[in-house]
Design a binder for this molecule. Structure first.
Ligand code: SF4
Length: 312
């Protein structure tokens, strides 16, 4: 079974969800998302008041837009095969709003995920479609909409899908079912631009190995190499893979050094942890508290940054 959150990538690559199960990713961004979801859900369920600015913004938006619906949060959903009755996928929707005829499924998402091009838009998002089709079928409603509620910096922005009736959603249902049914016994993986949305990529040979094994991708970057519109994307992916592999390799080397006496010795050199003097910094919280922040804060000029976003 492929979890709803992994369906989008599974459309392009049969290895991605296998690696996601094997190497579940947890980082600061995941923790941040869980905190916001948890606080917003707790308050909306009548529990503790949210303190996080993004959670407060979500709560305010929900109260403003859904005051006449049956609302449920953190809703377990299960989508079944209409022919065989077998389970296709199972997951938890952040919020389901339900009237007699209509259903809305809302997923709370960090805005930076969308800015970085890691999220499919609401009409192309198989995760939220899977939740919505499962609930619409179970409740017997005639239409649904989905919404990605982007949060960040204490603000929310809803991205709405079209309204889907059963005739529309059967095509999406069939796609989700087929991805699940047609899972390969021995998934090989298919690389491409979608790899940038794959949280397991540092564990994937298609991502990690070409960076140093496939000379054709890096050859374009040598002094005499020829960068073209066609090969620049793959060359860039190879460089990003090298950076990520190097970062992960250093973490492993540090752990190895710690476990073998505290250093790595190579010839007459040793690589070890060194305690450096702390850097001085301005206590901006104190400046704010004393009402001096505005006086002593100089706004920096805008600067350029190279980053991923959705292609236009
Ligand atoms: S990095 Fe790319 S090829 Fe590898 S598992 Fe992820 S999506 Fe598939």
């Amino acid at each position: 079974m492929i979890r709803p959150s992994a369906l989008q990538l599974a459309r392009h690559c049969d290895l991605s969800h296998v690696l996601a199960e094997r190497y579940p990713s947890r980082n600061e961004a995941t923790d941040r998302g869980n905190t916001v979801d948890g606080q917003a859900t707790a308050e909306l369920n009548g529990g503790l008041q949210a303190t996080d600015v993004d959670a407060k913004a979500i709560v305010a938006w929900v109260r403003e837009n859904f005051d006449d619906c049956d609302l449920r949060f953190q809703v377990p959903t299960e989508l079944y095969d209409e022919d065989s009755g077998g389970l296709i996928t199972r997951g938890t929707a952040d919020m389901v709003a339900h009237t007699c005829t209509d259903l809305t499924v809302v997923d709370f998402k960090k805005r930076e995920q969308m800015l970085a091009g890691r999220l499919a838009g609401p009409d192309d998002n198989d995760q939220t479609h899977a939740y919505a089709i499962a609930e619409a079928t179970r409740l017997g409603v005639v239409s649904y909409r989905t919404c990605l509620l982007l949060f960040g910096d204490g603000e929310v922005e809803p991205l709405w899908s079209h309204s889907y009736t059963r005739g529309d959603w059967m095509t999406i249902y069939a796609r989700i079912r087929d991805v699940n049914i047609n899972q390969a016994d021995n998934p090989k993986g298919t690389s491409g631009p979608h790899c940038m949305r794959c949280y397991s990529r540092v564990h994937c040979p298609h991502w990690a190995l070409p960076a140093h094994q496939n000379p054709s991708e890096l050859a374009a970057l040598t002094a005499n190499g020829q960068l073209t519109i066609d090969n620049a994307g793959r060359a860039l992916m190879a460089v990003l893979a090298l950076e990520e592999i190097a970062a992960q390799a250093k973490v492993r080397l540090r752990a190895f050094a710690e476990s073998t006496g505290g250093s790595i010795i190579y010839g007459d050199r040793q690589w070890r942890r060194t305690l450096m003097p702390g850097r001085s910094s301005i206590d901006s919280a104190a400046l704010k508290r004393d009402g001096l922040a505005e006086k002593y804060t100089r706004k920096g000029a805008p600067f350029e940054q190279w980053r991923w976003s959705k292609a236009k």
